[in-house]
Design a binder for this molecule. Sequence first.
Ligand code: BG6
Length: 470
Amino acid sequence: ADTPQRFPDNFVFGGATAAYQVEGACQTHGKGKVAWDDYLAQQGRFSPEPACDFYNRYDSDLELCERFGMNGIRVSIAWSRIFPNGGVGEPNPEGIAFYHNLFASCRARGVEPYVTLHHFDSPAALYANGDFLNRDTIDAFEAYARFCFDEYPEVTRWFTFNEIAAATLNRYVEGTWPQGKKGCLHECLQAQHNMMLAHARAVLAYKQGGYPGTIGVIHALEYKYPYDPACPGDVQAAKNDDVLQNRLLLDATFRGDYAPDTLQIIDHLCQASNGSVEFLDDDLSIMRRAAQLNDCLGINYYQSRFLKAFDGETDLHHNGTGDKGTGRWRVAGVGERAVRPGVPTTDWDWIIYPKGLFDLMMDISLCYPNYKQLFITENGMGRKDQLVDGTVDDSERIAYVEDHLRWILKAIECGVDVGGYFMWSLQDQFSWTNGYNKRYGFFYVDFETQQRTPKASAYWFKRVAQTKRL
Ligand code: BG6
């Protein structure tokens, strides 16, 4: 009852996409390979081709956005569609033209594009050479970012990276991504820092270039609660996991440096994996300058975590099939992610805890008062949606989104500046580690015929977007 009734007039309501998860045309039209192409082919479990065939169907998908009241969309540019080998050599004219056409369609439909430069899809050659652990990739990323800023003046809403935490944790700690390893905490943290340096260099390039739009980064944040707040081991585990996923990245974003307690935990985590992280003074001075220039932060929020102390062998099992209760995350020297009794989970064991989003937004506004504006750039529920008699009843998803939007309204009332909400995902898409049986969209996709069917959530969201009320 104490939350405001309405979202601000200029609040953005939209759906999110990512190039590799929607476009298809992965190795045609001049696009260079990414590491996922060969990895998925070797695994033979599912193919990113043609995904939702967005490469050919973007205009009809944008027409759906317009029809369902959305005034924004998240898209990403596939780096290897522009520079097939990653920042070296000639750009690919077909790829360049594709994004001009996509952005023109956004304009024509009144749907503002929020554009990410990197969504898990480093060009294959760079990825194989160490990706962001190799400093050449930082240079290449800056060159690619500068190219896009010049080439696409029609874009005024930029994000550099999507989910540095997911990219690094999945590759260096959980081992679920191409060339993945388990438990390499120091490499995970070094890659996070290097990607934040690449972000900072892109922000400085954007600001020095005098471009008129906004720029920020998107982090996958989860509030980390001790399972038992009275148990010191659990409290420490929550702090460890917070640094590993949130704190290093938030400090890097808004301070361009690391707070003493963050550094202390980084040391502790590095000891656990017998390594170290290098922070060069010159890099930190670049990051400190950029930290004052971010126009916004994107938050991808799906769940929070309850941490227990854990000293045993690292034991990780990714639930990639939607078999409830099969996921495990126990990392030596960090902690164990557990579920508190009574807290609901999805079929993929993702904890449903909308208040965690509020706690995060409040935490950011208090710890980093130089933040300017937040966007919820992803939030949503993966389900095994069924198309029955031409409709999809996804009332569970509606409840999930409604609860999160209610906590966003509360944060706005507490003075947090929140500019918009993008549900993950616009339409059902290809999922990196789950394939096609984990559906997130407003629009059901028949992956045989590519037909789209609006789910119940699409009609519900249309009313919310149009009235700005829940
Ligand atoms: C985010 C990513 O991590 O979560 C998306 O930005 C991803 O690319 C989404 O698809 C959902 O994750 P998953 O594993 O359920 O597809």
